[in-house]
Design a binder for this molecule. Structure first.
Ligand code: PEP
Ligand code: MG
Length: 588
């Protein structure tokens, strides 16, 4: 059976976007477009009438928004519904409203012109902030502006559509999203918007799968097309083939089965039936994902892949730029911890040098590259330190192979601390430093390496690649990429034992942590912390809550005694059947 990666790789009918709300849906398309408002800028003869019109339009807009607010309160959590309360409050803001009234009286211009001009000023200011969050809020204000103008023009607005369709739109305002959801919308796709757009946030709250930021979905998709929306991976397939349809139908059916009861788990502990508590953290690849982290009940961020910033900034961000990003993330999840991984550049990631290395995966990658480029490394360390004032940040070094690399890194970190002290900049003096173990040499030496730092996180994605000598991205050898190969299981067990023996914190942040089949095994091996893609956290929690730690330990012992991948996989599958746990491998 193919997996998601293969299906998307082969698909010629795909559009890629940002996975904004998890889930899979197949359905007919409704292209939602709003009439562009024409704004008259002529003068008015009757000022009293113009003011009267403005007052009426304002009242009508408030009524509409209050109605949306009450629908929102029924459908989602109070803190999310508050978006609409905030919009009503803007309409009550005397400074804004009196200003508009005064300008209508003084300039004798059409109210719609003044409303547009006055509210646009706010939007421009917000857009100038050059931050994704602020420009999304500028979009919310666009909704308020258009609502008043539409009511001034006495135009009706469409909010009811046929049931059970997938809405494809240029952008969606929060109000559109809420109102359309009344018609049982199955999914949302938008050209614009990021993961923090309210349409995305609301989709997540309403559990409607969504892909945003596709750039041109509205150009490529036609009314009545059938599409598949994969809100886990951020892809859309237009008029899918039979193979694609069958693949996603099976996944979607499986998902419905799996999703039953997940919501209730959000605030419950990830605890086995015999009382062993496991910490579930999130892996964050894109800064915007932070909201999903929060809604999925993660206890912190176990891996923040900073290399993504190089794409976002189109190069290396300055110390100040990085510090701002890190501080924002740390503040958003405070007091939960944020684990910032130093740039893991090289290999198949971000191209740093113009020359090609013969074996990039065995070349200047991760900590090796950072140690060769001390200025770059120091810039990042100082940015992390500057953001660490509230003491919920820890720094993690990628691709460590030797003790010498750790010692050199710690010396550079000390130098950075000294320089900041000299600059009188405050930071967390006891910031926790950790390493990733993803190279076999480091795995063998876990005890000694762990002794040098505060924590260790196992990166199974690379560990399997280097242990099995199999390129993690090469389809030709993908059969050999075996996370349940006995050598992998025994190596993971060794790292856990040795790190615990060194009295240091151990966690895992490779994809293995998100494979639900692997979770009982990892827990049985003594892994106390799993860091995984935010959308997979509720699934992991359910598995943990349905197993016994004692039985998981026995399972792990059995697996450690196996001599082939097949034996281990069979043993794990039997565990799920014997304990009546829904078998959930590789759903996402
Ligand atoms: C890993 O190797 O397991 C890991 C988490 O790092 P990345 O996937 O970013 O290489
Ligand atoms: Mg790695």
């Amino acid at each position: 059976m193919k997996n998601f990666k293969q299906i998307f790789k082969e698909a010629a009918n795909k559009i890629a976007g940002i996975a904004a709300a998890p889930g899979i849906v197949i359905g007919k398309v409704y292209l939602y477009s709003k009439e562009k408002l024409e704004i008259k800028d002529g003068t008015v003869d009757n000022i009293d009438e113009a003011i009267q019109n403005f007052n009426e339009a304002l009242e009508k807009s408030k009524k509409e928004l209050n109605k949306i607010f009450s629908i929102a309160k029924e459908k989602m959590e109070a803190n999310r519904a508050a978006i609409f309360e905030a919009q009503v409050m803007i309409l009550d803001d005397p400074f804004l409203i009196d200003n508009i009234r005064d300008r209508i009286i003084n300039e004798k211009k059409q109210p719609e012109y003044i409303v547009n001009d006055e509210i646009s000023k706010y939007q421009q200011l917000m857009n100038k902030a050059n931050e994704e969050y602020m420009s999304e809020r500028a979009n919310d204000i666009e909704d308020i502006k258009n609502r008043i103008i539409r009511n001034l023009q006495k135009k009706r607005w469409q909010s009811k559509i046929t049931n059970d369709i997938i809405v494809v739109a240029d952008t969606l305002t929060p109000a559109d999203t809420i109102l359309l959801s009344r018609s049982n919308v199955k999914g949302f796709v938008t050209d614009h918007g990021g993961i923090t757009s309210h349409a995305a946030i609301i989709s997540r709250s309403l559990n409607i799968p969504a892909v945003v930021g596709t750039h041109n979905a509205t150009k490529q998709i036609k009314e009545e097309d059938t599409i598949i929306v994969d809100g886990f991976h951020g892809y859309i397939l237009i008029n899918p083939t039979e193979e694609q349809t069958n693949f996603f139908r099976t996944k979607a059916d499986h998902l419905v089965e799996l999703q039953r009861g997940l919501e209730e788990l959000k605030d419950k502990p990830a605890q086995t039936i015999d009382g062993k508590e496991i910490t579930l953290l999130a892996n964050v690849d894109v800064t915007g994902e932070i909201e999903i982290v929060v809604t999925n009940g993660a206890k912190g961020i176990g891996l923040y892949r900073t290399e993504q910033l190089l794409e976002e900034f189109g190069g290396f961000p300055s110390e100040q730029e990085q510090a701002e990003v890190y501080e924002k993330l740390a503040t958003r999840i405070y007091p939960a911890p944020l684990t910032i991984r130093a740039f893991d550049i090289g290999g198949d990631k971000f191209k740093f040098f113009s020359f090609a290395e013969p074996n990039p995966f065995l070349g200047l990658r991760g900590i090796r590259l950072l140690l060769e480029n001390e200025t770059l490394f120091k810039t990042q360390i100082k940015a992390v330190l500057r953001a660490s004032k509230n003491k919920n940040i820890q720094l993690m070094l990628p691709m460590v192979t030797t003790l010498g690399e750790i010692r050199k890194s710690l010396a550079i970190i000390s130098k950075c601390k000294e320089e900041l002290r000299a600059e009188k900049i405050s930071f967390d003096r006891n910031i926790r430093i950790g390493i990733m173990i993803e190279v076999p040499a480091a795995a063998v030496m876990s005890y000694e390496l762990a002794g040098e730092v505060d924590f260790v996180s196992i990166g199974t994605n690379d560990l399997i690649q280097y242990l099995m000598a199999v390129d993690r991205g090469n389809d030709l050898v993908s059969d050999l990429y075996q996370e349940f190969n006995p050598s992998v299981v025994r190596t993971v067990s060794h790292i856990i034992k040795e790190t615990i023996r060194a009295n240091k914190t151990i966690s895992i942040c490779g994809e293995m942590a998100a494979d639900t089949l692997a979770i009982p095994l990892l827990i049985g091996l003594g892994m106390p912390i799993l860091s995984l893609a935010p959308a997979t956290i509720p699934y992991a929690k359910r598995i943990i809550r349905s197993i016994s730690f004692q039985k998981a330990k026995k399972l792990a012992d059995d697996c450690l005694a196996c001599s082939s991948e097949k034996e281990i996989t069979d043993r794990l599958e039997r565990f799920f059947v014997e304990n009546s746990i829904t078998r959930t491998r590789n759903i996402i």
